[in-house]
Design a protein around this ligand. Structure first.
Ligand code: DGL
Length: 255
């Protein structure tokens, strides 16, 4: 019979709805798990806040999830991972899994052109990203994208306003297309189609699958992977009911 730990839920959080792109992957790869996804909509965006602010918000959400009995925490947000993963791991004993901007896989596609890496200002400034750049940063153009996650928060993944925003953001890169694009923010995964329209044929790489593989590995290592159970998802938000509706919609969306 499964122990209580195996049956306990996995807590996952993001500043808003973006982390649902990680959840979608997790539900596919770990169908026996119960997930509680918490979107900190009220405090979004995290990407333009200081490290201290994001650390304090992340700690608060992680503790809520632990109070609900989470056996592991997934920080489904690059910005919060950068600001808080190390600190939270030092504070708590349960597995804490974070995101990593996919600079390493993108570097394999780098030849004589460049890789365009999209992330929040907070992620790009953070120590984790800077360390990754030292290892895999050859030919990488880092582009902070303040204002971009807000479209996903409004449920806009293909609107004229979004395309106007992307036109301006990507104008300097249009004449010389990159060899690969890193989606270094979990919100941007929902904008894949819109971004691809500006860079036809360019591979878009995110870190979602790698994070879920890491989660599975950590659960196996501790002997707390749920197998043979009926999995499920529960959504929570510090915002309003509309935010939860959007999370449900995005979980079932193709892109
Ligand atoms: N989804 C978050 C990330 O992966 C950031 C969005 C934000 O709150 O700025 O970085």
């Amino acid at each position: 019979m499964a122990s209580q730990k195996e049956n306990a839920p996995i807590g996952m959080f993001d500043s808003g709805v973006g982390g649902v792109s990680v959840l979608r992957e997790a539900v596919k790869m770990l169908p026996g798990e119960q997930f509680i996804f918490y979107g900190d909509t009220l405090h979004a965006p995290y990407g333009t806040k200081t490290k201290e602010e994001v650390l304090s918000l992340s700690r608060c959400v992680a503790e809520k999830l632990m109070d609900m009995g989470a056996k592991a925490i997934v920080i489904a947000c690059n910005t919060a991972t950068s600001a808080a993963a190390k600190e939270l791991r030092a504070m708590y004993d349960l597995p804490i899994i974070g995101m990593e901007p996919a600079l390493k896989p993108a570097s394999l596609l780098h030849r004589d052109g460049y890789v365009l890496s999209l992330a929040t200002p907070g992620t790009i400034k953070g120590e984790k990203y800077q360390q990754l750049l030292e290892k895999y940063g050859e030919g990488v153009e880092s582009l902070p994208c303040p204002g971009m996650m807000e479209f996903v928060e409004k449920g806009e993944v293909d609107s004229p306003a979004l395309h106007a925003f992307l036109d301006e953001l990507f104008a300097p890169y249009q004449d010389n297309q990159p060899e690969a694009i890193v989606l270094g923010c979990t919100h941007y995964v929902f904008l894949k189609k819109a971004i691809a329209a500006h860079f036809p044929g360019v591979p878009l790489i995110d870190g979602n699958e790698g994070t879920v593989r890491q989660l599975k590995h950590k659960l196996e290592e501790r002997g707390i992977l749920a197998v043979g159970n009926q999995g499920g998802v529960r959504f929570l938000s510090s915002g309003d009911a509309e935010a939860v509706k959007l999370m449900e919609k995005l979980l079932n969306s193709e892109e």
